[in-house]
Ligand binder design. Sequence first.
Ligand SMILES: Cc1ncc(C[n+]2csc(CCOP(=O)(O)OP(=O)(O)O)c2C)c(N)n1
Ligand SMILES: C=C(O[C@H]1C=C[C@H](C(=O)CCC(=O)O)[C@@H](C(=O)O)[C@@H]1O)C(=O)O
Ligand SMILES: [Mg+2]
Length: 562
Amino acid sequence: MAFPSGLVELIEVFSQHGVKQAVICPGSRNAPIMLALSRNPAIESFSISDERSAGFFALGLALHSKLPVILCCTSGSAALNMAPAIAEAYFLEVPLIVLTADRPNEWIGQWDGQTIYQERIFGAHAKQYFSYSTRSHATTDELWHRNRIANNAFWTAFLGPQGPVQINIPIHEPFYPEKGAALPVAEPIRKIHHWKTPKSLSPSMKTFIQRQVSVSNKILITLGQMPLNPAIQEFIQQLMENGIPVVGDAVANANGLAFESHDLILANTKNWESLQPDLHIHLGKSFVTKRIKQFLRSNADKQEWQINPNPQALMADPFKGLGHLWEVDEEEFLKELVHLNVSNQQKSYFQTWKNANEQVQILQDKKLDFWNELIAFKKISQAIPKENAEIHVANSLAVRYLNWIKFVPKGIEVFANRGTSGIDGCLSTAVGGAQNNSQLVISIIGDVAFQYDKNALWNNYVPKNLRIILMNNQGGGIFRNLEGAKDLPELDIFMETQQNFRADNIAKDAGIQYISVKNEMELTEGLKEFFQASEHAILMEIETNSISNAEALAQYMSLFKG
Ligand SMILES: Cc1ncc(C[n+]2csc(CCOP(=O)(O)OP(=O)(O)O)c2C)c(N)n1
Ligand SMILES: C=C(O[C@H]1C=C[C@H](C(=O)CCC(=O)O)[C@@H](C(=O)O)[C@@H]1O)C(=O)O
Ligand SMILES: [Mg+2]
């Protein structure tokens, strides 16, 4: 039997740990791995040709399952094409097990095809690297090593902070099974269990928290990007009712229970001092927009706590004032906080935030009298389903518009690739997230990000629950709103990269329904059917003019001047 040894066992260990999905890219050198995956009944395997898209598709699958998804490619530049997705998975803390087939070590640099340097090819963006031998007649130590690698790779990807691991697999020829032959039966594997205690608060920690809260009169809680968690939403509601202001982006999934227009609140408040905390408690990852980070970094006097159950080895101190890192489950921490009494000054501080928020909410309803992206986003936010749906919002302006308008889709989760904030893979992530998903999956994406990742539709898995809202302003509109960039003579060509591509033919090739929108009336009409059940995915291309958009956004932002 020519089949490389150890591959069936490798996949068997993963499946016994509960891994259920794999994304396989075509190749010859990885064919034995493909066979071990596709013939394992416990693994659902997806076949995707473009490794750039496959990586993000796998990330989309893992965002939902929270289980490691296997990603498999052949040797050569295929693995390099997965790097953007691996970097996103690393910083977004999403579990992937990347199996890169390779030539045997003795053939590296010997002028063979598809042979590059694959050892640690993702660098620091893989939590761990392993080299897995498939030589036949393995010694008992080699068998022991293989089994340990398989268990180690699973637990490293799965345990927090979750992330990608790479297993490089040199495979010798011949490696195809004889015609019609079954794969070898898996040798007995040894599943290694990993027990981890919950990260809860000790009595002394609780006493410390109680004491600090009792002497603080301006406690502010900020929420960076985090998954939708009904228990946390419940705590947010209680904290706000108790007089502790909670501030978060749309990607914090507070679903309108917190102050989510913080960017406009800060723009509209001349005297930030009145909003500054004396105790700042941060949960979740990063913020999208810059102003809140500037606001928090400008206050060197505050106490700053970070609630982070899975801190990375590299300490994150994004607001330049970290004093206490609490390696505690967020719910555990908030459960302690909600029962604490706060001072009258604290309630007055909350009222300052509440008043500032109400002023902004009034201004947010101002009408703009010419067709532009802001109007489109407002109409979409009013039409979007309030349940049984999820949003995958692309980077650049789309993810920022959610924070600038009252885009509060209660009850539905907002995903975004804010790990690296790349415009690559945003649609592929949504297509992956739409698999085996009973919800409507709505991708809101700019034209450059869409064209960059149009191969997200080049596979056989574009499901009928996918809805794509393509905001086509003929280029990178964000640069036209950036101080410094917007006045450069090079803006059009070298930053906005103006182009006149549209998506109608891409939609046709992908066999999905296409709706063209060029004005507000067509948008109103298009939205009537867009979120309805359909036998196909639907792509709505909303065309606006980048210069009009910039003028509208400038007008809109000029409302918030305090
Ligand atoms: C991979 C990658 N390349 C380049 C960038 C820099 N970048 C940020 S936004 C942007 C333009 C995005 O244009 P589009 O998707 O149309 O969104 P819009 O700004 O029009 O909302 C670019 C090139 C990036 N974030 N990621
Ligand atoms: C285009 C890139 O991304 C930058 C674009 C805009 C961001 C920004 O400052 C807009 C204002 C804001 O978000 O508050 C900028 C940032 O977040 O600092 C992004 O890096 C790019 O190529 O970096
Ligand atoms: Mg654009």
